[in-house]
Design a protein around this ligand. Sequence first.
Ligand code: GLN
Length: 454
Amino acid sequence: HLDRIAEVDGLVHAFLHVDAEGALATARAVDADLAEGREPASALAGVPLALKDVLTTKDMPTTCGSRTLENWVPPYDATVTRRLRRAGVVILGKTNMDEFAMGSSTENSAFGPTRNPWDPERIPGGSGGGSSASLAAFEAPLAIGTDTGGSIRQPGAVTGTVGVKPTYGGVSRYGLVAFSSSLDQAGPCARTVLDAALLHEVIAGHDPLDSTSIDAPVPPVVAAAREGASGDLSGVRVGYVREFAGEHYQRGVLGSFERALGQLREQGAEVVEVSCPNFAYALPAYYLIAPSECSSNLARFDAMRYGLRVADDGEHSAEEVMSASREAGFGPEVKRRIMLGTYALSSGYYDAYYGSAQKVRTLISRDFAAAFERVDVLVSPTTPTTAFRIGERVDDPLAMYYADLCTIPANLAGNAAMSVPSGLSDDDGLPVGLQIMAPALADERLYRVGAAYE
Ligand code: GLN
């Protein structure tokens, strides 16, 4: 995999940092264990992985795709990182991303975009485009992403790979640099559903270091993926959400989705239409809640404790240093979100914006709850379009935000969702994803249906 990275990453640019030495040391330790007859630490011991650069690593930089954290090496490992190491997983390096995970194309990275291995003129999705592109380019068989509004599933869909957003609280956020704390969730990315399940079980589970971590057994996702591999879905009730269609969707994407429903029926699933009327308000609610939390979380980058510091020449006040450093360290999208969020949280507007968005969030949870009384899982296209061209949406934030039309409801409600490859679009021959959504703590349903479908 290191050779493959050396060969193709100049073009793909999935990685911001490659740790060849560390990776080889871990791999040799696993080899030594096997040679001496010791049990490997896990089923994934010795398997290489690409880690999104938003999870802290004490021996590698963690930049979050931002100038603010360029060259910053954290003093501690994220819980996800620690669990990967404990399982003997070989961490190849850190992957490119939109700055602080804000974006849908990886073009907001301060270090240049990642390219989609299917067509280097196109985006690999975002914010975790580096992680998904590394899988599609065969630079790594496993990767970790984080998903606040779709950043695991949307890149998975447009690169033809698998991506899972576990139930909120299923995977610890300790050491995951916060964007929107009530939505952020780390999860597995892979080329098959079973690989994702194996990785899911390595990283999931209660963590006292994260107060929102759920103290419950990890859903049996590996067993579910193995069960699903038979392809038989008899007895499984699948709902497709009526509201996920319309003007924003490409014909080729909807065509692929129709074929997916047909296949699920052939496999024995009972497929019915359900309505989730409040999903129409998910995108606007998200773009109040996520920037609000972002404006608060990113206040920590004050140039005083760590990160970029400019104008520190003895001539400027602490406030001027802080202001100049934030001006220089943050890119345009991050600044846009901080301004939006600060405005939405300001005393005169709090109830009108943040308060209303929170109410919409509750309505969306109720839509899900009502739907899950009738069906076991919900399905939809993962994204309204296939991978768009690099540069096509950079000047149009709203067009960029529409990439997450189908993925955001699951984040707002905190339930589990997966994107699984669903063939190629008739429009342009590019990969399309099928999104599967399950209730909170029922992540195993995604794996059962996903493994049967793929
Ligand atoms: N594209 C969405 C945003 O820009 C989601 C990002 C994410 O899931 N991290 O906020």
